[in-house]
Design a binder for this molecule. Structure first.
Ligand SMILES: [Mg+2]
Length: 340
C-alpha cells in the first residue's frame, strides 16, 4: 500500500484536497488516516498569496489535522532561491504579491520593500488579490533596472466559481512584455525549487508527489525524479492521461485519495501484452485501439486498469478513445467521475 511504501506525501491542494472552499470527496479522512499510520504529509502549493498560517487554518477548517510547518508555498521556495542566489545579508527585495510573498521574504531575513526607488536588488513576484497597475509599474522599473527577478509560479490562470481568472503567470507576462526580460528563475511547479524545498523541509527519503495536474504536479515530480500519483478529483481526465506527453506521465493513478490504501501492482510487458494484477492490455489490431481484459470491480482494480491502459497507450500509437470510454464507464459504476 502506498502509505507504507513512501515516507512522505507531497500533496497538492486545489483539486486534491479542496475544490474552491469545499473538501474533495474522501480526501480529508484518507489523509488523516495515513497520517495516523505514520506517513508524513506536506501540503505543497503554487499559490503564493496566502501565508502558511492561512493555508493551515483553511485545512484545519476542512477537518485535517495539520500545522503551518506542513505547508510549503511557492513564495517560500522563491524566497529560498533568493537567499541562495544573493547569499547572506538583509537585502532589500521588492515584494509583488500578497501577504504570503512578504512573509516569505521576511522569513529569509531579507527586507521587503514596496518601491523600485528603494533600490531593491531583487524582485519576488507572486500572486496577490489586491495587485494593481502600480505594483506592476514598480516591478517593471526594478526589473528594467536589472534586479534579480524570481517568479513564485507560472500559472497564467486560476480557477474560480465564475471561470478562469488571471494567475501570477499573467502578471509575470505583463512585466515581461513591458521590460523585454523573462524571470531569472521560477520557483513553483513544474519547476524544481518548490519540490526540492519540500523534500528538504520534510527530510523525505521516499517521497510521493500527489497532484491533479499533469503539466504542474506530475511534470514537477518527473523533473526531480520523484514518484507521482495522479488523482482524478481535479482537472485531469482519463483522456488527458492516456495522451500525456513524455515528462508528464504519472507513475501511479487513483480515482481519489483512498487509493493510498490500495496495492498498485507493477506493470509487466510480455511482447505485445501488458499485465498488472488481474488486468491485461494490448492492441486490437482490427480496430487499432487499446483494449483491456480483466475485472474492474473495485477502485483498486480501476487504478490498475488505468495504469495498464496508459502503459499500452504510451508505448504505442494505438487509439485510446474506446479504452477511455470503458474506464469512464467503470468509474461511474464505482460512483466516481474522472472525466468531468
Ligand atoms: Mg491542483
Amino acid at each position: 500500500m502506498l502509505h507504507t511504501q513512501f515516507d512522505v506525501a507531497l500533496v497538492d491542494l486545489d483539486g486534491v484536497v479542496y475544490l474552491g472552499n469545499d473538501p474533495v470527496s474522501h480526501a480529508v479522512p484518507a489523509l488523516n488516516a495515513v497520517a495516523t499510520q505514520g506517513m508524513a504529509l506536506a501540503y505543497v502549493t503554487n499559490n503564493a498569496g496566502r501565508t502558511p498560517d492561512e493555508v493551515a487554518s483553511h485545512l484545519c477548517e476542512l477537518g485535517l489535522t495539520t500545522s503551518p510547518e506542513q505547508v510549503v508555498t511557492s513564495a517560500q521556495a522563491g524566497a529560498k532561491v533568493l537567499r541562495e542566489r544573493l547569499g547572506g545579508g538583509p537585502w532589500p527585495v521588492l515584494v509583488v504579491g500578497g501577504p504570503g510573498v512578504r512573509a516569505a521574504v521576511l522569513a529569509q531575513g531579507m527586507e521587503p520593500v514596496d518601491s523600485a526607488d528603494d533600490d531593491p536588488v531583487a524582485v519576488l513576484q507572486g500572486f496577490g488579490r489586491d495587485l494593481c497597475w502600480a505594483d506592476l509599474d514598480e516591478a517593471s522599473a526594478a526589473v528594467g533596472a536589472g534586479a534579480l527577478w524570481i517568479a513564485t509560479n507560472p500559472d497564467v490562470s486560476i480557477p474560480t466559481p465564475r471561470g478562469r481568472a488571471p494567475g501570477n503567470g499573467a502578471f509575470v507576462h505583463a512585466v515581461s512584455l513591458a521590460t523585454g526580460r523573462s524571470p531569472d528563475q521560477i520557483a513553483g511547479k513544474p519547476h524544481a525549487p518548490l519540490m526540492l524545498e519540500s523534500i528538504a523541509r520534510t527530510g523525505a527519503l521516499r517521497p510521493l508527489v500527489i497532484g491533479d495536474r499533469l503539466d504542474t504536479d506530475i511534470a514537477a515530480a518527473a523533473g526531480v525524479g520523484i514518484v507521482s500519483l495522479l488523482v482524478f478529483t481535479g482537472v485531469s481526465t482519463i483522456s488527458n492521461v492516456l495522451r500525456a506527453p513524455s515528462g508528464q506521465r504519472p507513475d501511479l493513478m487513483g480515482l481519489d485519495l483512498r487509493t493510498l490504501f490500495d496495492v498498485h501492482p507493477p506493470v509487466h510487458r510480455q511482447g505485445q501484452q501488458w499485465r498488472a494484477g488481474p488486468c491485461s492490455g494490448g492492441i486490437d489490431d482490427r480496430i487499432g485501439q487499446v483494449v483491456l481484459q480483466g475485472p474492474i470491480d473495485t477502485p483498486a482494480d480501476w487504478a490498475t486498469a488505468c495504469r495498464v491502459a496508459c502503459a499500452v497507450a504510451w508505448a504505442t500509437a494505438a487509439a485510446t478513445d474506446l479504452v477511455a470510454q470503458r474506464l469512464i464507464a467503470a468509474a461511474a459504476d464505482l460512483d466516481s467521475d474522472p472525466a468531468r
